[in-house]
Design a protein around this ligand. Structure first.
Ligand code: UDX
Ligand code: UDX
Length: 475
């Protein structure tokens, strides 16, 4: 039995940080070292003030407080920590390729490759290399071949490797809960001894039935498939929302009705403004690229349609806002509530709000954005129009064609608004005083609720017009 006493994780990001924190917490006898090329990020992980940690997740700061500098260490000492490790996790980012072969779909593996080269160069003795990053199927082969060439060079020094795949399934906002109480842990590999060594780590806190062994390719593909299935459910329910609006049905009732079928299940059936987040689109496009690569064009088209539907749905919402506001939003003030891709995170990656705001500004609207956690600089980056200014405006507000945007952290933004558009399901949006707000808005005015969070009775009582995603009952 291979015994693991020292772990190194390359990549102190959203996945590497929390995952290693939980391993350190649950395995006090293992020394866990998280390394990163980014000095600023490591400084933040080591900051005395736990509010400055680079990742915010409920429960994370408490673990960091318990374990940091006990058996959990963050540093830039990549060479040294790889050298000392019995097991190395690769948890670096794998964004979609921007150029070259597979641009726009395939994952950019340059950092994974670089990490494998570092492991090949610096490790000593026997090392188990664990793919934590989400990767295209058969990436383990690339890692294996880099490591194998090092084994051949170092045969006399007794250097050897095993490669395992151990994808993460944690969602933002619940990462610690997902890690502490996972639905399953997947270990893919072809060497039982190495697989058992990783099993021994997880079995410190995860029951044995939940730890699944597969071959390495199944494990890699299962990760992409899980995200593709989840995203597909959202596109499915969003497509049905459009049907509800056309037919007089209500998507909330349809979701409830189908969700009680135990074969379908009730989760991930909330229609919204379209899925966002760093993973869904990237992973589906990766799957599409792989299917195309293997000549499976129908398979590729099937999964690509999930992304296409999502784009169409976001576009449908902005078009609908324009239509309801008498066919034009030029110069009209629209309050956007929520910019994060979901509640309880400040992450805006692939947020539906980005495209919807851009589309509305293209139509000439004046957007006032509110979000409790996202900051103005991030929005400026996402809308990518921070540097274009309206010469006529005394305040130099950023503009997009004719439209422009403003940001506010407080609720003092409803004066003279023509519409309120709700894009993130933050708790503070659930109990808005619609009566009070209605008096400050232009008459007639609209509430567009893309998250089903308002109380329709209260909104209508406040004399506001209401559109809710998938609500055909008010036709
Ligand atoms: C993860 C997974 O690894 C990715 O495959 C998955 O699809 C999404 O989640 P994440 O942890 O969110 O990525 O990425 P990020 O927060 O960007 O962290 C990656 C870290 O790796 C960064 O801190 C970066 O500096 C570091 N890195 C990158 C290295 O230390 N070395 C490198 O060579 C490249
Ligand atoms: C996802 C997966 O859930 C996780 O397992 C994987 O490891 C990473 O990707 P995350 O991106 O954090 O996690 O968010 P998730 O909670 O899955 O939501 C993704 C998007 O779908 C959000 O924009 C969310 O608002 C949307 N969504 C989710 C819906 O529109 N309706 C739903 O019913 C559920």
């Amino acid at each position: 039995m291979i015994k693991v006493a020292n772990i190194c994780c390359i990549g102190a990001g959203y996945v590497g940080g929390p995952t290693m924190a939980v391993i350190a917490d649950r395995c006090p006898k293992i020394d866990v070292n998280v390394v990163d090329i980014d000095e600023e990020r490591i400084k933040k992980w080591n900051d005395k003030d736990l509010k400055n940690l680079p990742v915010y997740e409920p429960g994370l700061a408490e673990i960091i407080e318990r374990c940091r500098n006990v058996n959990l260490h963050f540093s830039n000492s990549i060479k040294e920590k790889i050298h000392d490790a019995d097991m190395v996790f690769i948890s670096v980012n794998t964004p979609t390729k921007k150029k070259g072969l597979g641009a726009g779909k395939a994952s950019d593996l340059r950092w994974v490759e670089e990490s494998a080269r570092q492991v090949a160069k610096f490790s000593s003795g026997h090392t188990i290399v664990v793919e934590k990053s989400t990767l295209p199927v058969r990436t383990a082969e690339v890692i294996q071949s880099i490591l194998r060439s090092s084994e051949e060079d170092n045969e006399l020094n007794g250097i050897s490797f095993n490669v395992l795949s151990n994808p993460e399934f944690l969602a933002e906002g619940t990462a610690i809960k997902d890690l502490e109480n996972p639905d399953r842990v997947l270990i893919g590999g072809d060497n039982l001894e190495a697989m058992n060594a990783l099993h021994a780590i997880y079995s410190r806190w995860v029951s044995k039935e939940k730890i699944l062994f597969t071959n390495i390719w199944s494990s890699e593909l299962a990760k992409l498939t899980a995200n593709a299935f989840l995203a597909q459910r959202i596109s499915s329910i969003n497509s049905i929302a459009a049907m509800c609006e056309a037919t007089g049905a209500d998507v909330r009732e349809v979701s409830r009705a189908i969700g009680t079928d135990s074969r379908i299940g009730s989760k991930f059936l909330d229609s919204g403004p379209g899925f966002g987040g760093s993973c869904f689109k990237k992973d589906i496009l990766n799957l599409v690229y792989l299917a195309e690569y293997f000549g499976l064009n129908e398979v590729a088209n099937f999964w690509e349609s999930v992304v296409n539907l999502n784009n169409w749905h976001q576009n449908r919402i902005s078009k609908l806002v324009v239509k309801k506001l008498f066919g034009t939003v030029t110069g009209k003030k629209i309050v956007v509530l929520g910019f994060a891709f979901k509640a309880n995170t400040n992450d805006t990656r692939e947020s539906a709000a980005i495209q919807i705001c851009k589309d509305l500004m293209d139509e000439g609207a004046e957007i006032w954005i509110h979000d409790p956690k996202v900051n103005k600089l991030q929005i400026e980056k996402d809308l990518n129009i921070g540097k274009i200014y309206n010469r006529d405006s005394e305040e130099n507000k950023p503009i997009n064609k004719n439209g422009r945007w403003q940001f506010s952290k407080n609720f003092d933004i409803f004066d003279n608004a023509h519409a309120v558009l709700m894009l993130t399901e933050w708790d503070e949006y659930k109990n808005i005083d619609w009566e009070g707000i209605s008096k400050r808005m232009v008459n007639p005015s609209w509430v567009f609720d893309a998250r089903s969070i308002v109380d329709p009775i209260k909104v209508k009582k406040a004399n506001l017009n209401l559109w809710r995603v998938g609500d055909g009952t008010s036709k």
